[in-house]
Design a protein. Structure first.
Length: 234
């Protein structure tokens, strides 16, 4: 088994443990509501890009398949079961993209669980910003953005590898027969959404630049969140 596959499996086990812990603590549903709220926030913050036809699929892929409140447990279980076989047939860049996708999902869940523990009152822009500041996870927030950037780079390379499109297309029927359709749809949607973008930097750079700006403003104690909150009302 490749080291990439080992890392993927370790992250999948980690997020499964996080989900089970959140369920026992009664915080799984609040985390899901937070994820739904944050997806809406992302679409408001990046409204201009989200409305451009060539970026719509990529933005939707992120909020639906990489981060949002969707239950990923079946897909993750499928992936843990077959990731060694995927490592044998997929190009290394595709496996790196898969590793990044799982890593950002795992880290984001951990950050959300922590933020929920700092949230005081109803979920709105001010209370979210205050909880974000209280949690004070600057290094992890930076790493989250770095992983997303690296994921975008990997997907941009993957879509240009000859034969990948055909491999994914031909794998649909076997995946369905093996009970792996949710995993296949995830891979296919990621491939198709980034294939439409063209130069991925035109999409990923402005999104992450804005997210870094928001991150620094939220963690800057000199910024008054009551008057200069970078989080829009959703």
């Amino acid at each position: 088994m490749s080291s990439i596959a080992d890392i993927i499996i370790a992250d999948l086990r980690r997020i499964q443990a996080q989900r089970e812990l959140a369920e026992k603590m009664g915080t799984l549903e609040p985390v899901k509501r937070l994820q739904e709220w944050q997806c809406a926030r992302l679409l408001v913050t990046h409204d201009t890009l989200a409305k451009e036809s060539r970026y719509q699929a990529a933005m939707q892929f992120f909020v639906d398949e990489l981060y949002g409140p969707k239950d990923f447990s079946q897909r993750d279980a499928d992936l843990a079961r077959v990731v060694p076989k995927l490592a044998a047939v997929l190009p290394e860049k595709a496996m790196l993209a898969l590793k990044d996708a799982v890593a950002v999902n795992t880290l984001s869940f951990d950050l959300d669980l922590d933020l929920i523990n700092h949230l005081d009152g109803p979920l709105n822009a001010f209370n979210y910003a205050t909880a974000y500041r209280k949690s004070n996870r600057l290094d992890d927030r930076k790493r989250q953005i770095d992983i997303i950037y690296h994921l975008g780079e990997q997907l941009a390379d993957v879509v240009h590898i000859r034969g990948v499109s055909m491999i994914i297309k031909l794998a649909r029927k076997p995946a369905q027969l093996a009970g792996l359709l949710s995993l296949h749809e995830f891979l296919e949607q990621g491939f198709q959404s980034f294939k439409k973008i063209g130069d991925v930097h035109d999409f990923i750079n402005p999104v992450l630049s804005k997210e870094r700006e928001i991150m620094h403003a939220l963690l800057d104690e000199s910024v008054c969140l009551a008057t200069n909150n970078p989080i829009p009302e959703v």
